[in-house]
Design a protein around this ligand. Structure first.
Ligand code: PHE
Length: 341
């Protein structure tokens, strides 16, 4: 009977049973569907009397189905809430993440400081030919200056005039940039360099940043201002004191070594002031022969260049005292001195 059906709906045990009931009543061959179909073959009077009853009952059934459905769904949700607990106070599993190496950090800082001064960043190969690493830089073969830098030579391959070398400095990038781009030129070139010596303060691989300016009427005042501005920005203090000493490099004339002043704070050298001085870079006016070697007219173009050890800068700024730790790959050291990406 109709009341039985409504009771069955109200007491359906689960969503599956409820749906079976729905199909048996409202489905294609369900009981109410059949009744609605039978309306067509009734005479008008009977139909006028029966139709409202059937429609009314269908309404009742439909809303009973909907009520039961939402009751069952609520019950199911409550069951899940009661049984599937999530303890939000538990520590989350740790996601391992690396840090930015101090050398990479300092290279980024340098690129930013020099970008503000209008310098672009250039790169060159670490496996270099002797012409770029030495000859074009005014260090011809058998020139004693070649012995100044302990060079790693690669095996000479068939078809090669000369053995290649691991670049001993970033200065060959000066040559490559002048050749490729001509003048005027404002670039820095950070990267790895190699020398065959190794002790507490030297590793066979280390990092340098080269600076090169080629333009008209460039003089040493420009060099000094640029270095002062760079070092003050890098060490984030105004009391950075520079000292330039005459020196010799085959590719610059005149040449100057640049020292930066420090103060002892709790026995530690801290940049700023002038209690003592330490060497941080080599520099000078680009030798006219070097400019000519790159196909530029030295009567028209002048410039300055400098080369600076990056690892040393990082140690001074961030307080590490052992260079070798930079390249050991010890995770504890990297976590301690590394930077968040
Ligand atoms: N290339 C030199 C070195 O490695 C540094 C330098 C660069 C000096 C540019 C002068 C000009 O020692």
């Amino acid at each position: 009977s109709d009341t039985d059906l409504l009771d069955q709906i109200r007491s359906a045990a689960d969503l599956g049973a409820l749906d079976q009931l729905r199909v048996s009543v409202l489905g294609k061959s369900g009981s109410i569907t059949q009744q609605l179909k039978s309306l067509g073959s009734m005479d008008p009077e009977t139909r006028a009397a029966e139709a409202p009853k059937i429609h009314a009952f269908r309404e009742q059934v439909t809303s009973a189905l909907a009520d039961r459905k939402s009751a069952l769904e609520t019950a199911e949700l409550n069951r899940k809430l009661a049984t599937e607990t999530l303890d939000l106070s538990l520590p989350a599993p740790e996601t391992p993440s690396g840090t930015v190496h101090p050398v990479s950090q300092v290279m980024d800082e340098l690129a930013e400081i020099f970008a503000d001064l209008g310098f672009a960043v250039a790169e060159g190969p670490e496996i270099e030919d002797q012409w770029h690493n030495f000859t074009a830089l005014n260090m011809p073969e058998f020139h004693p200056a070649r012995a100044m830098q302990d060079t790693f030579y690669l095996e000479r391959h068939e078809g090669e005039q000369e053995a290649k070398v691991l670049r001993t400095h970033t200065s060959p990038v000066q040559i490559r940039e002048m050749q490729a781009k001509g003048a005027p030129l404002y670039v820095i070139a950070p990267g790895r360099v190699y020398r065959s010596d190794s002790d507490a303060t030297h590793t066979p691989m280390f990092h340098q940043v080269e600076g090169l300016v080629i333009d008209r009427a460039i003089h040493m005042g420009h060099l000094k201002w640029t270095l002062e501005t760079f070092l003050k920005a890098f060490f984030e203090r105004d009391d950075v004191v520079l000292r330039m000493r005459p020196s010799y490099f085959p590719f610059t004339e005149p040449s100057a070594e640049v020292d930066v002043g420090y103060t002892l704070v709790n026995g530690k050298r801290t940049i700023g002031g002038s209690e003592g001085f330490m060497e941080v870079l080599g520099s000078g006016m680009v030798h006219p022969k070097v400019i000519a070697n790159c196909g530029l007219d030295p009567d028209k173009w002048q410039g300055f260049a400098f080369g600076c050890g990056i690892d040393r800068l990082a140690m001074l700024k961030y307080g590490m005292d052992d260079l070798r730790a930079f390249f050991d790959g010890d995770i504890r050291w990297l976590k301690h001195y590394g930077f968040r990406a």
